[in-house]
Design a protein around this ligand. Structure first.
Ligand code: GLN
Length: 447
């Protein structure tokens, strides 16, 4: 049924870069056989799931929506997809993204532009736009995205679904194609908080193949659900109510906060004074890491090669000039500049220091409250093409999500209403390190 729906919707929606029908049907059949023979099946057995195309899947193209990886078929499986397969999850395909996860609208894909299911003239957000749109349009039940500065939460908010970026290190990054390694995390999209919690439980956990993986016990997140929030302290981040925030977004998030109060939560205003430096700091740190990570596309080990080159240097430059899109090139240049001798201290090192100050703001806040709230994004979904010529205005989409990555904290976007055009609005819940359980508790009670 899901494959059929994908077939019907894809000509307009374009969420998928590749639909893995054979694998899906084969897995579904295996699950059926297990059920028939009375064998035990995993919690995700038979559940149709889509995977952002920057996670390595053995034998299945993994392009990162980049032309440079047009012909790349990995020889190994990422830890998250291995876990899903082991549990009998039915992978229905690989979803579209902004090239190498750089963007906020999925328009930076080297292949296609994904539509927002609520209004196909509009973008689904990004960079995990394909994964958000696919869940929103019921092309799958749940999906995986990756979030470096907001790439799960912002598209979740634009598409009216739940999206969670876990604590840094909770989910293995082995097999996730690196964009900015100190910020990247894989996380779930779903319609409900319950499904989000189940999927997180299925992919989280220590992995010796990821040196930043946390060696912690994974709780049963569904045990954290509650129907009231008595005694819970909620902090509303003052600084997120600033210029550029749509009135209707502020209004709906405020309404949601009132609901939490009705459920018993104590609400107070919290100041994170250095929150606003998150965006400029991110655009030093993330491109710096990207410039190093993307050096591996040298036309030798992976992907396409320009055959017209006469020598090695020309092979690098011609291949990279042809294979990378404009935004990726922009970031490689920014990062290379920020890391170069003479500029490192002024930009990169300073950015790292401010990153620590942002973390301190959060630490201070969590002395007072259990969970923080803000809008997920300042606006609802914008029209395709509206911001493509203005990278700076595009970057502003992630104003409220980026500080969470810089501090390594968990953040979840939850639908909280609609604007006057019937476009979904999302609110962001931010938890302390490894307190995903608190996000689920609040989200479940609210939803
Ligand atoms: N939109 C942000 C960017 O362009 C965040 C991307 C992400 O989280 N991968 O970098």
């Amino acid at each position: 049924e899901y494959l059929q729906r994908i077939g019907e919707l894809e000509p307009k929606l374009k969420s998928f870069l590749c639909v893995t029908s054979d694998l899906a049907l084969e897995t579904a059949k295996q699950v059926d056989e297990k059920v028939a023979s009375g064998e035990e099946i995993g919690v995700l057995a038979g559940i149709p799931i889509a995977i952002k195309d920057n996670m390595s899947t053995k034998g299945i193209p993994t392009t990162c929506a980049s032309r440079i990886l047009e012909n790349f078929i990995p020889s190994y499986e990422s830890t998250v997809t291995q876990k899903l397969r082991d549990q009998g999850a039915v992978i229905v395909g690989k979803t579209n993204l902004d090239e190498f996860a750089m963007g906020s609208s999925t328009e930076n894909s080297g292949y296609q532009v994904t539509a927002n299911p609520w209004d196909i003239e509009r973008v689904p957000g990004g960079s995990s736009g394909g994964s958000a749109a696919a869940v929103s349009a019921d092309e799958c039940v749940v999906s995986l995205g990756s979030d470096t500065g907001g790439s799960i939460r912002q598209p979740a908010s634009f598409c009216g679904v739940v999206g969670l970026k876990p604590t840094y290190g909770l989910v293995s990054r082995f097999g996730l194609v690196a964009y900015a390694s100190s910020l990247d995390q894989i996380g779930p999209f779903a319609h409900t908080v319950e499904d989000t919690a189940i999927l997180l439980g299925a992919i989280a956990g220590y992995d010796s193949k990821d040196s930043t993986s946390l060696n912690v016990e994974i709780p049963d997140y569904t045990q954290s659900f509650a129907t009231d929030l008595k005694g819970l302290k909620v902090g509303v981040i003052k600084e997120t109510y600033s210029d550029g925030l749509d009135n209707i977004v502020a209004e709906k998030v405020n309404q949601a906060i009132k609901e939490l109060e009705k459920l018993g939560a104590q609400v107070k205003e919290i100041s994170c004074p250095r929150f606003r430096y998150g965006l400029p700091i991110y655009y030093i740190i993330a491109p710096s890491e990207a410039s190093a990570n993307l050096a591996r596309y040298d036309a030798v080990k992976y992907g396409i090669r320009d055959e017209s080159a006469d020598n090695l240097l020309e092979m690098y430059t011609k291949t990279r000039a042809k294979g990378f899109g404009a935004e990726v090139k922009r970031r490689i240049m920014l990062g290379t500049y920020a890391l170069s001798a003479g500029y490192y201290d002024a930009y990169y090192l300073k950015a790292q220091k401010v990153r620590t100050l942002i973390k301190q703001d959060f630490d201070n806040a969590f002395h007072d409250v259990d969970v923080l709230i803000s809008p997920t994004s300042p606006t609802t979904a914008f029209k395709a093409g509206e911001k493509t010529d203005d990278p700076l205005s595009m970057y502003l989409s992630d104003l409220m999500t980026i500080p969470v990555n810089l501090a390594g904290l968990p953040g979840m976007s939850l639908p909280c209403g609609f604007d006057e055009n019937n476009l979904p609005i999302g609110m962001q819940l931010i938890g302390n390190v490894l307190r995903e359980d608190v996000l689920f508790k609040v989200g479940y009670a609210y939803q």
